[in-house]
Write a new protein. Structure first.
Length: 703
């Protein structure tokens, strides 16, 4: 999402703004009240001639501080004399003309402050704005080192006292000043009347008209996205995004989405198009008890139009949601987890509204026109190039920007390769130790298959590429919570090209292939295998990649009759997989050497079952030629290839191994080419490895 870490307002220098002028006027009134209090206390002060008077504030010094005029709100700062100060003055004048109202009054409205709260806050903020209050407060506190207002002093200046229950209650943790983060109590070891009051610097800056983002929020990575009214952008918002943006009252929403931050990005776009600022927070392991209250306070300081968007949610989002959610703040929490109403239990008066994000893809409004707008110099059919990727608006912009930069770096025209390489890099799933990444380097030209399985592979590519159109735009998706995933089973003898075909499919789609490592998935402890598989499926749902379960019958095997606890738990694992395939949104390929070993219930949930037959003599000859295509060969090798293809019944994988054996044998002899004898010897050795009877001999060779 576009944004910046901090938003800086136009107040680097120049004359005092209207907000500061009003605040200083209120402090003058407070100074007059403090002067009366000093006069009463110093009237009969016996320490006027004390030789240790330098260790404390003398009555005369206190009276002088109380009678001082204080800062002149009309005085210009030093920066006003510098070049460009006239522009700053004009900016300040514009701000005041826009309605720079008394911000203390704004705090009263947004945080529900009482008249007593307001007077307490004013007494606490005085030393942060006017240094003249420091010696004054030192005298009134009877401690030269304590130059902030204490609870007792603030209440006394407000005409109250710490002996009154209502007055003491203004400093309770649930009181507006403390709960809202407007005031902090220091000196925990002191009794309440003696505790010092401190106003956070962000509140002081706000009262003076400075709208820069809180420093702690900047360090936490919070981005302030200003309102950007744009009727065109707003018109594209639909579903949950439109509901949140058009809501007339603050709402707290949990947006369940499966694909990262794409849906949250649509909400941010809709909010900004509706003229509302957004505080975007991506949790990075910081304590939610620190960042959450600061986010809530920042949103309330900026007014009801500011919304908070948090994505992705941490594993335990309850504390974070409770610390941010408030009745007067619009907040959106986006993540793949199902909504738990108890997440907002710690936020009184807040009801957590659960919404499901629409799928990201063609059916969700991601059309080729948006790609063309981002890729004006694209050479080719952009819709065909990007049909495999399910990206939101921000994802489209990121891929388009990366593709343009890559094309500029290479000094060539932008084409589909640049788009696919960038999208593949940005969509790489974080499968960790559970899968091995394979960057496809083959195509349909490298496959040697009969027409029927080849046409089914082409169909599989089409299903994966256009599923959003057929299932979404054409509304052919069935109910029951079924996902939009594409799952195929490749069945056939070992070496017939099943894994190679999966790589070809991934390459045609412009995606990476991830081979699941079954050794890191299967666990002897009950339930751990399902957890590992769920991590893989969830990550494959979130990103664009092809998932390959090689030798899938080890996991997707048939359920058996329950004769003991082991059978029961094995059947539970199969039941989980059956349910998970129903809701799967990614692309997965299962391979098996024995189709009969796969449970029939899995077969029903498959989109395609591709049978890889054992190659006949003609296909075997083609495989031999392809395996030896890059090696130097003598003239008689072609005839020997035809004879070996007819005599030795080898699958494609075995033929490649035989060709490697022949090439190594030729290279060991020197620079000479591969001979017919090398080819036949390689074929015979593959028969020996398989324990089969070598043609032309009475018995099989001993391994």
């Amino acid at each position: 999402m576009p944004g910046r870490a901090c938003s800086v307002r136009r107040r680097a220098g120049g004359p005092v703004g209207e907000e500061a002028r009003l605040l200083l006027g209120r402090l003058r009134e407070l100074r007059a009240e403090a002067a009366g209090l000093v006069a009463r206390r110093s009237a009969d002060d016996p320490t006027a001639d004390d030789p240790l008077r330098g260790l404390y504030v003398a009555p005369e010094a206190a009276r002088r501080a109380a009678s001082a005029a204080g800062p002149d709100p009309d005085a210009r700062s030093a920066a006003a004399a510098e070049p460009g100060a006239g522009a700053d003055a004009a900016a300040d004048a514009d701000d005041a003309a826009d309605g720079g109202a008394d911000r203390l009054g704004g705090l009263v409205r947004e945080f529900g402050l009482s008249a007593l709260d307001l007077r307490i806050l004013l007494a606490a903020v005085a030393p942060d704005v006017d240094r003249g209050f420091e010696p004054l407060y030192g005298y009134l506190n009877d401690d030269v080192g304590r130059r902030r207002a204490s609870v007792a002093l603030a209440l006394e200046l407000a005409g109250s006292g710490p002996h009154l229950p209502r007055a003491r209650g203004r400093f309770h943790a649930t009181a507006p000043l403390i709960a809202g983060g407007l005031l902090a109590l220091e000196d925990e070891d002191r009794p309440l009347p003696g505790r010092a009051l401190r106003v956070p610097e962000r509140i002081v800056a706000h009262l003076l008209g400075d709208d820069r983002l809180d420093e702690e929020l900047c360090r936490a990575g919070v981005a302030l996205l200003p309102a950007a009214p744009d009727p065109v952008a707003g018109a594209g918002a639909d579903g949950p995004a439109a509901l949140v943006a058009r809501s007339r009252r603050p709402v707290t929403v949990h947006l369940r989405e499966r694909r990262g931050e794409a849906s949250a990005a649509s909400v941010v776009t809709a909010l900004r198009a509706a003229g509302r600022a957004v505080l975007l927070y991506r949790p990075q392991g910081r304590d939610p008890g620190v960042v959450g209250p600061l986010l809530r306070r920042e949103a309330r300081l900026r007014g009801a139009g500011t919304a908070v968007v948090v994505t992705p949610l941490p594993p335990d989002p309850g504390p974070l949601i409770s610390s941010i959610a408030a009745p007067g703040v619009t907040s959106v929490f986006a993540g793949p987890e199902s909504c738990d109403p108890d997440w907002a239990a710690g936020a009184p008066g807040v009801s957590l509204l659960a919404l499901d994000a629409p799928p990201v893809g063609a059916a969700a409004g991601v059309t080729a026109e948006r790609w063309r707008a981002e890729l004006p110099g694209f050479d080719g059919d952009v819709a065909e190039a990007v049909a495999s990727y399910r990206l939101g608006e921000d994802g489209i912009r990121a891929v388009a920007r990366g593709a343009r930069e890559l094309a500029d770096f290479e000094g060539v025209a932008l084409d589909a390769r640049h788009v696919r390489l960038t999208a593949r890099r940005l969509s790489a799933p974080l499968l960790g130790r559970h899968a091995r990444q394979v960057r496809p380097a083959v195509g349909f030209g490298d496959l040697v298959l009969p027409e029927s399985p080849r046409s089914q592979l082409v169909e599989l590519v089409g299903r994966a590429r256009y599923r959003d159109v057929v299932l979404g735009d054409w509304r052919l998706r069935t109910g029951g919570g079924r996902g939009r995933g594409v799952v195929a089973l490749f069945a056939g003898p070992s070496g017939t090209g099943k894994t190679l075909a999966a790589e070809v499919v991934a390459g045609e789609l412009g995606l990476d292939l991830y081979v699941v490592d079954l050794s890191s998935v299967v666990d002897k402890y009950v339930g751990e295998t399902e957890k590992n598989l769920e991590r893989i499926f969830a990550e494959a749902d979130r990103t664009d990649a092809v998932l390959l379960f090689d030798e899938a019958d080890a996991v997707f095997g048939k359920r058996s009759q329950v004769r003991g606890s082991n059978d029961r738990y094995a059947n539970l694992e199969s039941a989980y997989l059956l349910q998970r395939l129903e809701s799967f949104d990614g692309i997965a390929v299962l391979t098996t050497n024995l189709r009969a070993n796969v449970d029939e219930a899995f077969t029903r949930r498959l989109d395609l079952v591709v049978d890889f037959p054992f190659p006949d003599a003609a296909l075997r000859a083609t495989l031999w030629r392809g395996a030896l295509a890059g090696a130097p060969t003598e003239p008689g090798v072609e005839d020997e290839v035809v004879r070996c293809a007819a005599e030795f019944e080898l699958a494609g994988g075995a033929i490649r191994s035989a060709a490697l054996t022949a090439c190594y044998a030729a290279r060991v002899r020197g620079e000479g080419p591969v001979t017919a004898a090398d080819v036949r010897d390689g074929a015979r050795r593959e028969y020996v490895k398989a324990g089969r009877l070598v043609p032309g001999t009475a018995a099989a060779w001993a391994p």
